[in-house]
Design a protein around this ligand. Structure first.
Ligand code: Z5A
Length: 208
């Protein structure tokens, strides 16, 4: 059982990479479950809709608890059962997103958010977190080209997105690796596969 996460600011190429990794892992005979946050259960999808699309102003704590409610439901009802069944779980965003957006971006206090995160996840930690890094302007341009409809976060100013990016760039700890995602898709895939293959292999052999 291996829990893999892809993280990074808007337009970094997370979804593109997650789709490619799923295809490659399946081609290698690995049973993969792919999810994206916030979302993945009826309750989490309802929370996502409010957190991303609500037209009403909301308290910062309300936004935090929406993303954490989504995570708690996804972890308990989908991620843990899949890991226990021996699947590899591939997740588009996880707890680093909360530290980047709600702590660095919104300014909520780290210690309290850490405690809430532990409660929401039951302490579940990814085996590997790939952090994709792109300059804010590059991410924006990619989204514009992809004609993505902007959500509450994407409508924030550059200063907000620079804080988010800086938090990602500063992220470290167990299983966290960084990839320069302003490179070609091919180069990003190659770098990511190096880490994924290493992590999945170790785990499959029962070493990690
Ligand atoms: N949020 C939060 O606040 N707190 C939390 O705890 C969590 C989430 C979990 C979810 O957004 C929002 O929820 C997020 C933070 C908040 N909002 N923001 N910002 P989402 O799921 O709707 O969207 P996203 O995660 O930000 O995805 P994105 O902006 O669509 O970006 P992406 O997935 O990283 O990029 P992509 O869709 O793979 O690629 C975008 C385009 O770039 C596409 O046309 C690709 O073909 C192209 N691309 C990808 N890679 C490359 C390379 N290497 N070169 C050139 N072009 C590329």
């Amino acid at each position: 059982m291996t829990f893999l996460v892809v993280e990074g600011p808007e337009g970094a190429g997370k979804t593109t990479l997650v789709r490619w990794l799923q295809t490659e892992l399946e081609a290698a005979g690995v049973s993969v479950l792919t999810v994206r946050e916030p979302g993945g259960t009826p309750v989490a999808e309802a929370a996502r809709k409010l957190a991303l699309k609500s037209r009403h102003d909301m308290a910062l704590g309300a936004e935090l608890f929406l993303v954490l409610a989504a995570r708690a439901d996804l972890v308990e009802r989908v991620i843990r059962p899949a890991l226990q069944a021996g699947q590899v779980v591939l997740c588009d965003r996880f707890w680093l997103s909360t530290l980047a957006y709600q702590v660095a971006g919104r300014g909520l206090p780290r210690a309290e958010v850490d405690a809430a995160l532990r409660l929401a996840t039951g302490g579940l930690e990814p085996d590997l977190t790939i952090v994709l890094d792109v300059p804010v302007t590059v991410g924006r341009d990619r989204q514009r080209t992809a004609r993505k409809v902007r959500d509450r976060f994407e409508r924030e100013d550059d200063a907000f997105h620079e804080r988010v990016r800086a938090a990602y760039r500063a992220a470290d700890g167990r299983g966290v690796v960084h990839i320069d995602a302003s490179q070609s898709k091919q180069a990003v895939r190659q770098a990511a596969w190096h880490w994924v293959a290493q992590t999945a292999e170790l785990s499959l052999r029962g070493v990690s």
